[in-house]
Design a protein around this ligand. Structure first.
Ligand code: HMG
Length: 391
């Protein structure tokens, strides 16, 4: 039987970038029919970071409102999930810990498995809270999705960070047992350490995702999970929002249902509003789907939500959460909409400049132009050290 752990997501907040590129502008440049972007992949715009923004500045900006509301007391662990790592040794979470002024009595670690990392972080956090229910764990998922210019992946770029406070008696969502898990060694998408842009076999990646949906669902049901009809909505990892539709139809087919498009729209319709304008944010994407659902749904009190987390390479997990009574009082809908609306549009030429920007690797003193209007910025790279500041 599906069980309610009474541990889960106590608060959730997200941040994204200073700039935004619309798909209309991208299509105007590359001659693509805009229908392919708007209908075909279901994307309208993508977040583009300023040169003084990265996973740390976004992660800290996402987490700061949680600390402002709840204080830092009780947070003894920060798990930073990303596949856009800025250092091979030091966790990006240590910079976030410092920018937020958290206590030294904290463990901080970085996790990686493509877009799946944040779900691993969530599950590991639940384990820590089960061991010590007084503890809260700060999970930060932050990524910048970057592909080669003029490649098919270019239209599926984006960037964002989600911060979640995981604890006992959560105010938003109780994470249930069981989870269904799945791993397969596939090369659908990867990024060798010497590359900034990911390599991807687009069609293979879609097939690998669908296989992982089947595999994780099968394991979920074999461990006593809920039936499809018990869910009020399904949040999928959304590399582009149409992928959620492909995945959900695949799941329903696999479960023996005839595809009813009204049902598919009901199950997914409210989960795509943020990813549709932010683009792929890798680890953060699934939890942006949750934010969009909670921020827009009439009332989900007591209802079950299904989650399908997919990370290329590949690892997937299907799990469920039940929505806590009173959750609507704790939502950050206005701030979430503001994070999207405050972005400044860039034209194609400026986007390409930002896309091509990289820091010199000579260890000199390289200051960044002050571009972001967000609360934190990457001020310089000095002696191979990243220097951050609060604004
Ligand atoms: P593509 O191959 O250029 O596009 O790139 P396409 O030809 O497959 O067309 C896309 C859709 O638009 C199709 O619909 C077309 O029919 C339609 P579908 O057949 O799929 O339903 N279309 C149009 N519709 C309306 N009007 C038109 C029109 N023209 C075409 N005029 C692809 C698409 C997704 C492959 C590419 O963007 C890509 O490689 N993206 C990156 C990889 C990716 O996102 N994969 C998703 C699964 S893997 C994953 O989720 C993990 C990931 O997040 C990484 C991680 O885990 O860390 C990527």
């Amino acid at each position: 039987m599906a069980g309610d752990s009474a541990i889960g997501i106590h608060d959730l907040s997200f941040a994204t970038t200073e700039f935004v590129l619309t798909h209309t502008e991208l299509a105007r440049h590359n001659g693509t029919d805009i229908g392919k972007y708007h209908q075909g992949i279901g994307q309208r715009s993508m977040s583009v970071p300023a040169t003084d923004e990265d996973i740390v500045t976004m992660g800290a900006a996402a987490a700061a409102p949680l600390i402002a509301r709840h204080g830092g007391d009780g947070i003894r662990t920060i798990i930073f999930a990303t596949e856009s790592s800025i250092d091979q040794a030091k966790s990006a979470g240590v910079y976030v810990h410092s920018l937020l002024g958290l206590a030294s009595a904290t463990r901080v670690v970085e996790l990686k498995q493509a877009c799946y990392g944040a779900t691993a972080a969530l599950q590991f956090a639940i384990g820590l809270v089960r061991r010590d229910p007084a503890q809260r764990v700060l999970v930060v998922a932050a990524d910048i999705a970057k592909y080669e210019p003029d490649s098919p992946g270019e239209a599926t770029q984006g960037a964002a960070a989600v911060a979640m406070l995981i604890g006992a008696d959560p105010a938003l969502l109780r994470i249930e047992e069981p989870s269904g898990v799945f791993t397969a060694d596939v090369m659908d998408f990867w990024r060798p350490n010497y590359r900034e842009a990911a390599l991807v076999d687009g069609q293979e990646s879609i097939g690998a995702y669908l296989l992982a949906v089947e595999g994780s669902w099968k394991d979920y049901t074999e461990h006593g999970g809920r039936a499809p009809d018990e869910f009020a909505a399904f949040c999928y990892h959304q590399p582009f929002t149409k992928m959620a539709y492909k995945a959900h139809r695949h799941l329903l087919n696999y479960c023996g249902y005839d595809i009813d498009e009204d049902r598919v729209a009901r199950d997914l319709g409210l989960t795509t509003a943020y990813n549709n304008v932010i683009g792929n944010s890798y680890t953060a994407s699934l939890y942006l789907a949750l934010a969009a659902l909670l921020d827009q749904a009439e009332d989900l009190t007591g209802r079950a939500i299904g989650f399908l987390s997919y990370g290329s390479g590949s690892v997937a997990e299907f799990f469920a959460g039940s929505v806590v009574p009173g959750y609507r009082e704790h939502l950050r809908t206005t701030a979430h909409r503001a994070a999207i609306d405050r972005r400044r549009p860039v034209d194609h030429a400026r986007y390409r400049e930002l896309h091509g920007h990289s820091f010199p690797t000579d260890g000199g003193d390289h200051r960044t132009a002050a571009e972001t209007t967000g609360p934190f910025r990457l001020a310089a790279l000095r002696g191979h050290k990243r220097v951050y500041e609060s604004r």
